[in-house]
Write a new protein. Structure first.
Length: 654
């Protein structure tokens, strides 16, 4: 998606008339939504510098210009692109990363990372790495760029930055990236102009921008499909922005812990699709290659079983089993027995371990004790069981007890849900998990539908699954699992009589996500969390409804075979409001997690018709409340004080 598109002639005219920031903002507001005043100021400032660069007859007036281009399958946007034809009449695009910076510090020990004085001297990626990585993403995801031979030439322009002798911006450690994407600074108007003139010789009348904007998009890579190539040493995912900074920080901390024996703990927060699992596997591969004793840890067995299935033809079972571990195996480990433990889905860590939950003391504490360096990838809004008590609070507490250095970081770059930050913000707001800036709607670059019939939902998913076996149906745990242990999908667990809809829960609780022919079975949170699909179909059961004023949750509608709310009835008798708050968060977190499994699309059917109508209305960008009469509070409805909706840590009394 391109926010602002024009010919060079039109762009120059908009700058001369002092309209450029207004033009960009109006288009941005229409296509994406509101933005900060600081971004508007940066447009106004940077575009005036680009006017100076382009103010020459040597750069064709009918070349194309795109500002704020959203890269397919990600949430990242490119500041400025110029398109045209080279001397051989081949399509060419200049990618320019614009920065307002006037100071920077080199970070020698981290590849492609610098430190800026903004926001508390934060670490960020070098502008040349950023421009290069964005070009790589376009080339990787836009099939038309490769098939039509579009040349991409990335660079960076820091128009406020004075480069001095032995300057940190051009330090030798960044040489490889500067060679791939030259960096220009204050006083380099002519140099940047020469770079453009070298590659853009003739006008293309915006045709190349059309190829990029409307080109065929390649399917996004899934981690489970890329795992084998990653373990074989191939680079499958280009890390961008905050992902690269987290990766380099983790490497440095792991090496320091390994060399000097100082215990280190890294906490990485990130929502669905921000690359937590990809980073975890990349770190597993890299650190293992450096001869560190390293393991990937999850409580949920589904990702580990899927990964093992993908690797079994190329690696011995003993090797695989030693790489991927459950979170409950470290209660007898010696202190610093492992160099690195990488904990994915750390929010799902529990307290006791063992089959009967009678071993050990606390999984977070035991993991920190067992490793010189432990990494916790966490999203507390994906805690979906009463027994899930992994939290930042506990990690920091046990790290300090072990006298460990603690570093906290966040991931924000979005790669799932077609890179739509707006969809995930909308989802959080609709589920009343948090108020967000996108509450009025989201940019419709993600395939999202509310359907009226579960049979229609099934048909949609079956059709999508014919492409590559990467579409699945999932549901809230509102139907008993009577088919467990059986191998016949004709034994139906889930029945919606109104629509004559019958299906079974998944027959395999381990590799359902990748099994052939499992599209005729419905998965649940336990077989899908930590995994991703191209398309996901979600059945919202009667445990979540709309009462005419708000979404309510009802734990009494959960199946008896559901273990995620074990103990809630006893808790309800002892402290009604507390129990409702806990159940409300678990149920909403479950649907948030299910509805964010799809990379390309999500289709939803609601058993409750009023919830279905409400979600449809909330899809309207100009949302107006659905008119329903008020109802009395139902049994099982969540308590009123949303501010208290949080699960306790393992050390809280529940």
């Amino acid at each position: 998606m391109i926010v602002y598109e024009a010919t060079k002639r039109e762009f120059m005219d908009h700058v001369e008339r002092d309209e450029i920031a207004v033009k960009i903002y109006e288009s941005y507001k229409d296509k994406i939504g509101r933005t900060a005043e600081s971004e508007i100021n940066s447009w106004n400032n940077s575009m005036n510098y680009m006017y100076k660069v382009l103010n020459t007859l040597a750069i064709p007036a009918e070349s194309g210009i795109a500002i704020e281009y959203k890269i397919p399958s990600s949430s990242r946007r490119i500041d400025f692109m110029l398109s045209g034809l080279d001397e051989a009449d081949r399509s060419a695009v200049i990618i320019i990363e614009l920065k307002q910076w006037d100071k920077v510090e080199a970070v020698i020990e981290k590849d492609g990372v610098v430190k800026t004085p903004y926001k508390g001297r934060q670490l960020t990626i070098h502008p040349s790495y950023q421009a290069w990585s964005y070009a790589q993403l376009i080339s990787e995801y836009n099939e038309s760029v490769q098939t039509q031979g579009v040349r991409l030439y990335p660079c960076a322009y820091l128009h406020n930055y004075f480069v001095k002798e032995n300057d940190p911006l051009t330090n030798e450690v960044y040489k490889s990236y500067i060679e791939k994407a030259p960096v220009y600074s204050k006083g380099d108007v002519f140099k940047l102009r020469e770079f453009i003139e070298k590659h853009i010789k003739k006008p293309d009348h915006k045709k190349t921008l059309y190829i990029i904007e409307n080109g065929k998009i390649r399917p996004s890579k899934s981690l489970q499909d890329s795992l084998l190539r990653m373990l074989d040493g191939n680079q499958e995912f280009i890390m961008i922005d905050d992902q690269k900074v987290v990766f380099e920080t983790a490497l440095e901390m792991a090496r320091n812990a390994y060399r000097y024996g100082k215990k280190q703990v890294l906490i990485v927060e990130g929502g669905p699709g921000t690359g937590k699992s990809v980073l975890a596997i990349n770190l597993l591969v890299k650190l293992t290659s450096e001869d560190m004793v390293c393991q990937y840890v999850t409580k949920n067995s589904a990702p580990r079983e899927v990964y093992s299935q993908k690797l079994q033809d190329n690696y011995k079972k003993s090797y695989i089993d030693n790489l991927f571990k459950g979170s409950g195996v470290y209660y007898e480990s010696d202190k610093n027995e492992f160099d690195v433990l990488i904990v994915d889905e750390a929010h799902r860590l529990g307290e006791k371990s063992g089959l009967f939950k009678n071993k050990g003391e606390n999984q977070t504490k035991e993991i920190i004790n067992a490793s010189k360096f432990s990494i916790f990838f966490i999203d507390e809004y994906q805690r979906i069981s009463i027994s899930d008590c992994g939290s930042k609070e506990d990690i920091i507490k046990f790290a300090r007890l072990n006298k460990a250095q603690v570093v906290e970081m966040k991931l924000e770059s979005q790669f799932r849900c077609n890179g739509s930050d707006g969809y995930l913000s909308w989802l959080d707001d609709v589920l009343e998990i948090g108020n967000t800036a996108n509450f009025d709607g989201f940019e419709f670059d993600y395939d999202f539908k509310i359907v009226d019939n579960p049979n229609e939902l099934r048909a949609l998913i079956e059709e999508k699954n014919k492409i590559n076996n990467k579409a699945r149906l999932v549901a809230g745990y509102c139907w008993n699992w009577i088919s467990e242990g059986k191998t016949d999908s004709r034994i139906f667990d889930i029945s919606i009589e109104k629509h004559n809809f019958n299906m079974s829960w998944n027959l395999s609780n381990t590799t359902w996500a990748i099994d052939n022919n499992s599209v005729d079975q419905v998965g649940c949170i336990h077989t899908s969390q930590g995994l991703e699909f191209d398309f996901i179909g979600v059945i919202i059961g009667n445990d979540m409804r709309y009462d005419g004023q708000r979404i309510i949750t009802d734990f009494t509608k959960r199946a008896k075979t559901d273990k995620s709310l074990t103990g809630i009835k006893k808790m309800y008798k002892e402290n009604r409001d507390h129990a409702l708050q806990i159940a409300d968060q678990i149920i909403k977190n479950t649907y948030r997690t299910l509805m964010s499994r799809g990379q390309k699309g999500c289709y939803v059917y609601c058993v409750d018709e009023r919830l279905q109508d409400y979600l449809k209305e909330r899809l309207n960008k100009f949302y107006k409340p659905v008119e329903y009469s008020s109802t009395t509070q139902e049994k099982g409805q969540a308590a009123d004080d949303k501010s208290e909706y949080r699960l306790g840590s393992c050390t809280d009394h529940i």
